[in-house]
Design a protein. Sequence first.
Length: 538
Amino acid sequence: MTAAARSDLVPTTDRRMRDDLRHYCAKLVKIQDKSGKRVPFRWNEAQARLHARIEKQLDARGLVRALVLKARQTGVSTYFGARFYRKTSLWQGQHTYILTHEDKATQQLFGMAKFIHDNMPTAYKPATGASNEHELSFPSLGANYRVGTARNVEGSGRALTLQNFHGSEVPFWRQAHAHFAAVLQAVPLIDGTEVALEGTSAGPQGTFYEQWALAEKGLSDFITIFLPWFIEPGYAREVDTSFDPSIEEIKYQQLYKLTDDQLCWAHYKNIELGGSPGDIGSEFKREYPAIAAEAFQAGSANSLIADEYVLAARRFKAGKQDGLPRTLGVDVARSNKDEKDKSGKILQRDATRLIDRQGRKMGQIDEEYYSDDATFIAAKVMKHLRDKPDIRKAYIDASEGMGAAVVSIVKSNGFEKRVAGINFGQDAQEPDLYPNRRCEMWGRMRDWFKDPGGAEIPDSDVAQRHLTAPRYQHDPNGRLVLEKKEKIKGRTGFSPDWGDAAALNFAEILAVEIPDERPKWMKDAEVDDDSGSDFMTA
């Protein structure tokens, strides 16, 4: 859909300025650079990548609904400031609202819009009506550009009707649920409307995180756009003689194909943010993530499975695993009803997840279901067992009633030898190392990730968060004790269902079955020999 098809346009503008935002910014928009100089707005790589994703959704759906997760200072707010100023000043009836997390940011973003307006060539600058510290109005167009701060406990923007909305630093909004219930409802779901919510991460909790998790699963109108720190050219530092990267930093550099100057910058920025030299800390990863999972990581220094091993597995490609035991882990949801923490906040619902493993490869089957129907879940398990005869065994969490019901249904339908119910709390097979089966399965999975042979999993931020969420300690007997699921959910807002389903694949150590490639006459002769002696000497 072209710009001309979306709205009535101001006749004095030429078509390229209306249709080509990048050209409009470079030729007409003036901004202040970091030194305070007035310069033309020429996009950096992050802004160009953001624009491509925004326009792709606009062309496909006729509107924009985007969640943007970014590293610090990548120019996202500047991009949306210019984008929405252009729409408000060149189209009829455009009402734009910017909501920020604090007064200082509100003043800064409105000041940027005012700077763009004041320095706009006369032919492209509509006459203003109201012009104050919170609003620019263009009476001849029936349009205005407003800003606000996310302080109102009742929710900002409730009485407005908007065509464009930019939420800035949404993870840090106070009363975020109230604002989502108010201002997002002010933007109708019709062609030409645009909503962009952006920010750096505040961790794996809050409304922005919850919306991101839904959008990742395709359960909302929003798309997710992630902008890593290393696409910003300014994030580089000339290597000095005192810089001696650690093994972890060298692996990090190889993983993301960083230059030496980028790695040097990351090294000192990590220290500035409280990280240990040579050990890339969680604060750096949240402020300057390389992938979305780092920004939302639930992991920490005492995560059982470290982020680096999961990241490596997301990029590793295992060879063919034919002939190795294939299993299916089924973590059955305890409840699909809304739960709340002590403050009354609704927590993310548990899902029933199906994850398989064969040798060094995990997640060829990767499914989630929200259902309280044991028959429905059992049918999904049985379909895989029927269609994939190489799955030797399905290990199903039978710790709760619904899981036990799923096991019973699957067994009663002819799969008794290929299914096993696992109670996470039952005694471990290796009681000297683990107090229960859950700790044991996760411990074996950790060793699988750390094995030099490599491990392959889907390139999934959900998997990353769930696998790195559980923390651990050791009991007085030196056994590995995993953090309880209830505590993880209270701390992170979600239950690590993906990780539990994956861990079930380590419930037993299955022997590799070596194919019997002897001729048929030789096998038949062995079966016919009732004496048990070697048929060749009988």
